[in-house]
Design a binder for this molecule. Structure first.
Ligand code: TXA
Ligand code: MG
Length: 342
């Protein structure tokens, strides 16, 4: 299959690209498209054969449900069996935006392999002009996981999608780099209080300011909180092994020396302030004090490591609040929990 990348930049006449994408989706095909978080790999969520192809193309385990993207808030009542009052408040505060709400589903509408028969459905209205225009032209729901091969870092640029999926999908809508950089927050609205299943683009602090206390896996005393099924898989991994390290220049340089002395080439992913020329490569992801910047640049930096000859990657830990929580969640997975100094 030939993969065509269609640019949908502002100021260009893009109608043809959108029409081709919509036709493709209506015929059961897959289209990669940008959202404000990461690029998604979309299929019509009501078409069981189309959504099956998502799992094949990504190499994704079939027990991990897909998020369903919608173009308007009104569509929630088409797919959700009931909408709790707190969910309405979250939708008002954060939609369109990087928040996925898990509802009890109305049976028989969304394809069964999307919800993997759990009786719930994760819905989100993305905050990106390309995604919204595609959804509105399509006039239907799009099941869309991140548009990467399973296990690889999520794509934040069209070129990342092409690298993983070239030849496997017909269309990539190229809307430039995404902004948020990590995936949406997933919150289960079927439990009381609601439970954060995956930290992401909307922080716990932001959510609690709107609906009060929620359960979140980040708090030790609530470690038994249910998780999104996807959380158990190894994720976001570049080719070389990743080790976490504290935000401390002396430690970083010491670790680099230890590894270099063993004949290993080292890449470091870290904040601007700690940039050092001791490792062979240093990928700076923004100001340490602003974890939003770290989130925006994280996946690109992980992917850039794959373009080097690094044998080992050291990733500097992010602050433990705000967006730092989502960044640390992804970094821990990339490192499989390993810290260099433990
Ligand atoms: O930002 C995002 O959420 C991106 C963009 C493309 O929208 N999408 C994304 O999808 O990250 P994916 O498939 O890579 O991650 C979906 C996560 C998984 O952890 C999955 O287990 C969880 O959401 N999820 C989806 N539906 C669920 C459900 N019904 N119940 C519990 N967890 C669900
Ligand atoms: Mg993903």
């Amino acid at each position: 299959m030939n993969t065509r990348t269609l640019k949908v930049d502002k100021g260009v006449d893009n109608d043809d690209g959108y029409q081709q994408s919509v036709d493709c989706l209506r015929n059961g095909g897959l289209v990669a498209f940008p959202t404000e978080t990461v690029y998604g790999l979309g299929a019509l969520a009501t078409d069981q054969d189309a959504t099956k192809r998502i799992f094949e193309v990504k190499g994704r385990p079939s027990d991990n449900p897909l998020i369903v993207h919608i173009g308007t808030k009104e569509e929630v009542s088409t797919y959700a069996a009931e909408i709790p009052e707190s969910a309405l408040r979250l939708m008002d505060a954060f939609w369109p935006g990087p928040l996925t709400l898990v509802f009890n589903e109305k049976p028989g509408i969304i394809a069964e392999n999307v919800t993997v028969g759990r009786g719930t459905v994760g819905l989100r209205m993305p905050d990106h002009p390309v995604a919204l225009r595609l959804l509105r032209l399509l006039g239907g729901p799009l099941a869309a996981p991140s548009a990467n091969r399973s296990g690889k870092p999520s794509p934040t640029k069209a070129s990342h999608v092409a690298r993983d999926l070239d030849g496997r999908i017909p269309f990539i809508l190229d809307g430039g780099a995404t902004g948020v950089g990590v995936e949406s927050t997933v919150i289960d609205m079927t439990s009381t209080p609601p439970a954060i299943l995956r930290p992401g683009g909307v922080t716990v602090e932001m959510i609690e300011a709107v609906i009060g206390p929620v359960r979140s896996e980040m708090r030790a005393e609530e470690a038994e909180a249910p998780r999104a099924p996807g959380m158990k898989y190894m994720h976001y991994s570049p080719d070389a092994p990743v080790w976490l390290i504290g935000p401390d220049l002396i430690q970083i340089e010491q670790a680099v020396r230890t590894l270099t002395d063993k004949g290993l080439k080292v890449a470091v992913i870290g904040p601007d302030e700690l940039k050092t020329d001791k490792p062979s490569w240093y990928f700076a992801t923004g100001a340490y004090a602003d974890p939003r910047q770290l989130a925006t640049h994280l996946y690109d930096a992980l992917r850039k490591c794959d373009e080097t000859e690094a044998d080992v990657i050291l990733a500097v830990e992010a602050p433990a609040q705000g967006m730092g929580v989502a960044v640390m969640n992804r970094l821990k997975k990339a490192a499989d929990g390993k810290r260099f100094f433990d």
